[in-house]
Every structure is written in C-alpha cells, then in structure tokens.
Design a protein around this ligand. Structure first.
Ligand code: IPE
Ligand code: IPE
Ligand code: MG
Length: 250
C-alpha cells in the first residue's frame, strides 16, 4: 500500500483561478431554447462558482465574460449580453458586498453601453475595500488589444522622455497590463470541450496550468470546480527548473 498521504487540495490551492466560461449557446441549443437563455443560466452559474471558489480558498477568480471578438456576434445577442450584465449587477451586487468580494474588471470597458458600464463602476466602487476575495470580470477583453494599449502607453512615455527604453523590463510591462496588481493565474479552466485560448490572458498565463472540461458552462458546478482544483493540486509546476532531487539518504 502506498503510505504517502494524498495531496490535499487545501495545501495547494490555485490562488488565482481563471475560467473561460464557454458553452452557453450549446447548452441552450440542446434544450431547444434561444441562446440568450443559455447566457442567463451561465450568469446564474457564475454566482454559485464565486461562492464555491470562496469556499475553496481561491483568492482571485477571473472569468472571461465578453471578448473583443464577441462584438462580431449578431447585434441582438450582443445587446442581450449587455442587458444581462446590467441586470446581473443590479440583482447580485449586494451579494458581492455581503460576501466581501471585490469586483474588478479587465478589458476596455469604455466601449460598453452606459446602461451596463454605470452599475459596473458602482459595484467596483462599492466593493473596493475588500481584500480577501476578488472577482475579476474580463469584459471587452482580448490579450492582443490589451498589448496594443500597453505598447501605446510605452510609446507615449518614451516620446515624452519619461521612459528610457533600456529601463523597460517585464515588471514594467506587467504593471501596464489590465491585470496590474493581480497575480498571474495559477490555473486556467475552459469549459465546453473546446481546447483553445481564444485570446485570453496570453501573457499572464505563460506558466499557468490548464484544465479543459467537457462540461458546458451552465452545468459546471461546485463539484466540477473542486475536481479541477484537485487535479491542479496533484501537478508539479517546475517553471523551467529541473525537478527537485530526493533528499540523499544519511
Ligand atoms: C460563452 O458561451 C459565453 C460568451 C462567449 C459570451 P458561448 O455563447 O460561446 O456558447 P457556445 O460556445 O456557442 O456554446
Ligand atoms: C471565449 O469564448 C470568450 C468567452 C467565453 C467570453 P468564445 O465562444 O467566444 O470563443 P471561440 O469563438 O469559440 O474561440
Ligand atoms: Mg463559445
């Protein structure tokens, strides 16, 4: 019998877990429902996952809610997603406050319609003093667009003479990303069986562990999250180093 203790997830929790919440449309289609109902169920599911993540001790939960590329969907779907965001915040902002979850965003939210942007900014403001748990919404987010914004800022500072090109390093670049102040994700989960990155946290996830689940997002429950965390906790992250040698026998 193997007498080594089982790795307890409690000992190796992904401090920052990011999720590509995919599969709402297929969830609805399987039931003969309009896609928007899939998004609605997906939104409700996020609330359970925020709760489950808190219970597991995950400090940062980032979720891909709307990508830069998602503007290319039919106008009707885009506007229902924006309305959903608004109603979601009006219904659940209080829960975030009650659970002491700090809401943050990554992505260019200036492009969001005012009716969605206003409650978003209000909720960010109302939760900004919480420190233990963070929910980061990726909205109008795409890694390449984020990198373009960073490059524009660097070019501006170099032209103004406030940035010497040779002083530029990764820390400086990371501080200009939308995720400044947020640690890199340890674990990135994608639901719905798709095995691609879709322009999500490409730089920040350089050393993240990936977990792909076949479950469609509206069905991805607390047990699915716990399984992903358990899987993560068994992995050996090396960051390019050689594996540790067993201690020599004395
Ligand atoms: C993810 O579900 C939610 C968003 C992208 C907003 P999808 O809408 O991509 O669902 P599928 O991939 O079509 O099933
Ligand atoms: C990624 O899902 C974006 C979000 C989950 C918000 P998509 O469904 O938009 O990605 P692709 O188009 O399948 O790559
Ligand atoms: Mg999809």
């Amino acid at each position: 019998m193997n007498d080594l203790p089982e790795v307890s997830p409690a000992r190796n929790i992904p401090r920052h877990t990011a999720i590509i919440m995919d599969g709402n449309g297929r969830w609805a289609r399987q039931r003969g429902l309009p896609r928007v109902l899939g998004h609605e169920r997906g939104g409700e599911n996020l609330l359970r996952i925020v709760e489950a993540a808190g219970d597991l001790g995950i400090e940062f939960l980032t979720v891909y809610a709307f990508s830069v590329e998602n503007w290319q969907r039919p106008d009707e779907e885009v506007s229902s997603l924006m309305r959903l965001l608004e109603s979601y915040l009006s219904r659940h902002a209080e829960t975030l406050v009650k659970r002491q979850v700090r809401l943050r965003v990554i992505g260019d939210i200036d492009a969001l319609p005012e009716h969605a942007r206003r409650p978003l900014l209000e909720t960010i403001q109302a939760t900004k003093s919480f420190t233990g748990k963070n929910l980061v919404l990726a909205l109008n987010y795409g890694s390449r667009a984020e990198l373009v914004r960073v490059a524009q800022g660097i070019a501006r500072d170099a032209r103004n003479g406030t940035l010497a090109p040779e002083s530029l390093d990764w820390e400086n670049i990371a501080a200009r990303l939308d995720t400044a102040g947020i640690p890199d994700p340890d674990l990135v989960i994608r639901t719905s069986g798709e095995i691609r990155l879709s322009n999500f946290l490409l730089l920040q996830a350089a050393y993240a562990e990936w977990y792909f689940s076949p479950v469609l997002w509206p069905d991805f429950d607390a047990a699915c999250l716990a399984e992903a965390v358990r899987d993560y906790s068994r992995r050996n992250r090396r960051f390019g180093k050689a594996p540790a040698l067993p201690a020599p026998a004395l």
